[in-house]
Each structure stands twice: as structure tokens, then as C-alpha cells.
Write a protein that binds this ligand. Structure first.
Ligand code: IPE
Ligand code: IPE
Ligand code: MG
Length: 260
């Protein structure tokens, strides 16, 4: 098989800052339970951690951050929690959108938002529109998102747009523009808080060669120091994308590493 049969990308310099960090923000419920509070208090506190993460990412010069806010499986939670999460999403979006815009942050939402109430869908669209030309950081929120859904919606969209593909072999490059984050670089670093070591149907396609970082810290406690710890761990990894270590050292040894 030829090398260009796989989408996986050029090797970033060892020690560089990740361009794209994707996060499963897990542990809100346990954070609240530990404090004898209702689960929603953990979700509320989790929004402060989002603010800290965005600030930390800007300080470190990370241009893309993607956050898992609500999975396609989270509908299985008690109706009351789902409805409070939706309400929280609306409240936070309304409260923060102008601040995001002032800070030159582009907001993007990925996932099947057609399942949300119309006012929330409208709010998402207007927030995306308002911030679409901002350049400091692209903040992508995955809401009613599932990795399997993403691959299937991309395939269906491709076949709809290019019906003549149906009887041909479809390549990665054909499919990629139709994936939810087809216009963004693939994540370099994945962080999951809350101690679980699983992907939970997050970015299945895009995480193919992402460096994984798991921490027991519960999401509401996650702060800039924890982000730096994850980035430092990332910087110590040698990304090989299938090559040998010798090849990687020859082709990508940096002149100066980006210290943080
Ligand atoms: C993650 O925290 C937030 C969402 C899934 C919306 P959890 O609510 O899953 O917290 P734990 O895992 O129960 O502690
Ligand atoms: C994953 O967390 C989804 C989000 C953080 C939004 P969950 O807490 O729902 O994951 P599982 O079901 O325990 O794997
Ligand atoms: Mg959880």
C-alpha cells in the first residue's frame, strides 16, 4: 500500500506546542457527590474550568480546542439532568458569547444539533455566525456528538453531494471534507479528566494518531497547571506515525524546542 493511502499527517517538531487539544470533560457528577451537592452543581462548576482552559490555551498559544460537552449517549441520563444540561448550555452560551467574540475566539458546534429545541439551535447558529471570522482560537463544542454518527453523516453527505461516487472506491481524502472537523487539523493531544480510560465515542476518526493523556483530576478541578502538565507530557512524546524512531530523529529534530 502506498504511503498516501492514510490521512495521517506530517510529523510536528518534537517539543512543540500542540496545535489542537481535544478534551473529554469528565467527573462533574463525582465532584458534586464528593461535596454532597446535586450533580448539576458539578456541571455548573465545570463551566468555570472551561473558562480557565480557554485562557490557558490562549496563554500557551494553542489555536484549536475541542470540548466534549454532551455525547449522543448522554440522552440516556435521567430526564431532569438532561434538561438541566440543556438549560445550562443556553445560559452559558448567552452569557459568554460576547466575551468570546471580544477575545477574538471563533465558536463552532459539532454534533447533531437538529435534536435540540429550536431556540437552542438558533442560539448556536447565531453564536457561530457572530464569531466566524475570529482568529485567536477556534473553540469547538461537541454537543449531541458521537464519533460513529460523524463518520456516517460524512459518508451520507458525500454520497448525496457526489452521487457518482457510489460505484467507486471512496478514499480518506474524499470523506474528510464532510467530517465535522474536516476543515481543522486533527487533534495532537487528547485529554480525559475523571479517571476513566476510554474514548466514549468521541472523535473516533480524528483521534487515529493523537497522543492520549488521562488524569484522575475531576473536570471542575482542572486548571491551567493541569493543562501545562498535559502539554509537558505531550512534548516528551515521540510521534512516529508508523515510521521508525531513527527516521523521525533524522527528519524532525527541532533546532529549538518550545519551552513552557
Ligand atoms: C461529564 O461529567 C459531563 C457530561 C457528561 C455532561 P459527568 O456528569 O459524566 O460526571 P461523572 O462521570 O458522573 O462524575
Ligand atoms: C463522556 O462522558 C461525554 C462527555 C464528557 C460529554 P461520560 O461520563 O458520559 O462517559 P461514559 O459514558 O462514562 O463513558
Ligand atoms: Mg462521566
Amino acid at each position: 500500500m502506498s504511503d498516501n493511502s492514510s490521512s495521517t499527517l506530517a510529523i510536528p517538531e518534537v517539543g512543540s506546542i500542540p496545535k489542537h487539544v481535544a478534551v473529554i470533560m469528565d467527573g462533574n457528577g463525582r465532584w458534586a457527590r464528593n461535596k454532597l451537592l446535586p450533580r448539576i452543581a458539578g456541571h455548573r462548576k465545570g463551566t468555570d474550568a472551561v473558562r480557565a482552559l480557554v485562557k490557558g490555551a490562549i496563554d500557551l498559544g494553542i489555536p484549536y480546542v475541542t470540548l466534549f460537552a454532551f455525547s449522543s449517549e448522554n440522552w440516556r441520563r435521567p430526564a431532569e439532568e438532561v434538561s438541566m444540561l440543556m438549560q445550562l448550555f443556553i445560559t452559558v452560551l448567552k452569557k459568554e458569547i460576547n466575551r468570546l467574540h471580544r477575545n477574538n475566539i471563533r465558536l463552532k458546534v459539532i454534533g447533531d444539533i437538529s435534536q435540540f429545541d429550536l431556540p437552542l439551535q438558533d442560539l448556536i447558529r447565531s453564536s457561530e455566525q457572530l464569531t466566524q471570522d475570529n482568529t485567536q482560537l477556534t473553540l469547538t463544542i461537541a454537543a449531541n456528538y458521537g464519533g460513529r454518527w460523524d463518520i456516517l453523516q460524512a459518508m451520507n453527505a458525500l454520497l448525496k453531494a457526489e452521487p457518482n461516487k457510489e460505484d467507486k472506491m471512496i478514499t480518506e481524502n474524499d470523506l474528510m471534507p464532510y467530517l465535522s472537523m474536516g476543515d481543522l487539523p486533527e487533534p495532537d493531544l487528547f485529554i480525559r479528566t475523571g479517571g476513566e480510560k476510554r474514548i466514549s465515542n468521541f472523535l473516533l476518526w480524528q483521534l487515529a494518531y493523537t497522543e492520549l493523556f488521562f488524569t484522575d483530576t475531576l473536570w471542575p478541578d482542572f486548571n491551567e497547571v493541569n493543562l501545562r502538565e498535559a502539554v509537558l507530557s505531550y512534548q516528551s512524546r515521540e510521534r512516529r506515525f508508523g515510521r521508525t524512531s531513527e527516521q523521525v530523529i533524522q527528519t524532525s529534530w527541532p533546532s529549538v524546542s518550545t519551552a513552557i
